[in-house]
Ligand binder design. Structure first.
Ligand SMILES: Nc1ncnc2c1ncn2[C@@H]1O[C@H](COP(=O)(O)OP(=O)(O)OP(=O)(O)O)[C@@H](O)[C@H]1O
Ligand SMILES: [Mg+2]
Length: 356
């Protein structure tokens, strides 16, 4: 096992800069998830760690060793991709043992390693099958098995679950997490799915347009997003954003919405009378309450059984409200809503940065 550290790692294609000076320290045994929308540079960064993509500037270390000029096969990493890339004419056992066979590992050692990985992944009964005789989830497991038998210092995953249906994806992410808890191999996992990131990661790296926006534990990002991008990206349903103006007097601070309705603001926040702000409020932090200070018009109701979410118009904008259990509202209703000052996030409307 090993740590991975990136120092000012950059990627340009000609004059096009797709990754801007990324600094990241991944601890030995940590599971780090790179997340962000399509095109933000996740795969590029992962492929640079793997050695499949040249680094335009900066330094990558795996353990103590600088690997900038080390060939992928000598980096002691194993990669699992979205496309499983199994050899179609080889059975499961041969697919899993292939990299060891290439390295002239003796037959008995290969069998032991493959058997061990198959045990962990529940593939014992499938070792003699060809890839085309497997389901998608089983193929994905073989791809993971192939990585495990190499006993690498670092696992690199690039959207390994994207080809699976929703239910299997949820199942497999639990399996990968459980596997990591057993093996404790340093892992870097790329996904565009914030739920996958939240559920699997020790730490999440949120990226946007080739720039790291924030690095932190899942709930750190959820509770203290450093800007509106992270605030909007992490959490589902997403955070509501409302433009507001600060009203500050000796005994209270409030954010006044476009139509004059107001939200309480913590007095400790560095905002002054007249400041323009963006208020961020998570759907579960808007409470339906008979004596709520705000009123909103219900537009769409989504009953999910365990919970209910509904969309309503507040100060001219559509907002989402999340309620555990059931709530008796229907389109056209006017509901009273309340929120607590400590649940409000304030952002600078120009820079998008959090106001702390
Ligand atoms: N060979 C190339 N030449 C020029 N630009 C490239 C090249 N390869 C990738 N890019 C650009 O680099 C950026 C990052 O690509 P990358 O594949 O890392 O994104 P990603 O975050 O993995 O996206 P996705 O979620 O769609 O896989 C994209 O804007 C892409 O268009
Ligand atoms: Mg990608």
């Amino acid at each position: 096992m090993a740590s991975v550290s990136l120092e000012k790692v950059q990627k340009n294609y000609g004059t096009l800069n797709v990754l801007e000076a990324v600094d990241l320290e991944i601890a030995d045994g940590e599971f780090v998830v790179l997340v962000g929308p399509s095109g933000c540079g996740k795969s590029t960064l992962l492929r640079m760690i793997a050695g499949l993509e040249e680094i335009s500037a900066g330094e990558i270390r795996i353990g103590e060793r600088v690997v900038n000029d080390v060939a992928p096969k000598d980096r002691d990493i194993a990669m699992v991709f979205q496309s499983y890339a199994l050899y179609p004419h080889m059975d499961v056992a041969a697919n899993m043992g292939f990299s060891l066979a290439l390295r002239k590992t003796d037959k008995q050692a290969i069998d032991t390693r493959v058997g061990g990985a198959a045990d962990r992944l529940g593939l014992n009964k499938l070792l003699a099958r060809l890839p085309r005789q497997l389901s998608g989830g089983q193929r994905q497991r073989v791809a993971m098995g192939r990585a495990i038998v190499r006993d690498p210092k670092v696992f690199l995953f690039d959207e390994p679950l994207s080809n699976l249906d929703a239910k299997l994806r949820v199942h497999m992410r639990t399996e990968i997490k459980a596997l990591h808890q057993q093996l404790k191999t340093t892992s870097v996992y790329v996904t565009h799915d914030q739920t996958e990131a939240m559920t699997m990661a020790d730490r999440i790296v949120v990226m946007h347009d080739g720039v790291v926006q924030q690095v932190g534990a899942p709930l750190e990002l959820y509770d203290h997003p450093s800007n509106t991008f992270v605030a909007g990206f992490i959490g589902s349903p997403g955070m509501n954003f409302l433009p507001a103006t600060i009203k500050r007097s000796a005994d209270f601070v409030a954010a006044i919405l476009a139509d004059g309705q107001k939200l309480p603001v913590l007095a400790s926040l560095p905002v002054s009378e007249g400041d323009k702000v963006t208020v961020g409020l998570r759907p579960e932090h808007l409470h339906v309450a008979g004596d709520g200070d705000m009123s909103a018009e219900v537009e769409v109701v989504e009953p999910l059984g365990l919970s209910t979410q509904f969309y309503a118009r507040l100060a001219g904008q559509q907002i989402c409200v999340f309620v555990m259990g059931r709530v008796a509202v229907k389109p056209g209703d006017t509901v009273r809503l309340s929120a607590t000052a400590s649940d409000l996030h304030l952002f600078d409307p120009e820079t998008g940065q959090r106001i702390n």
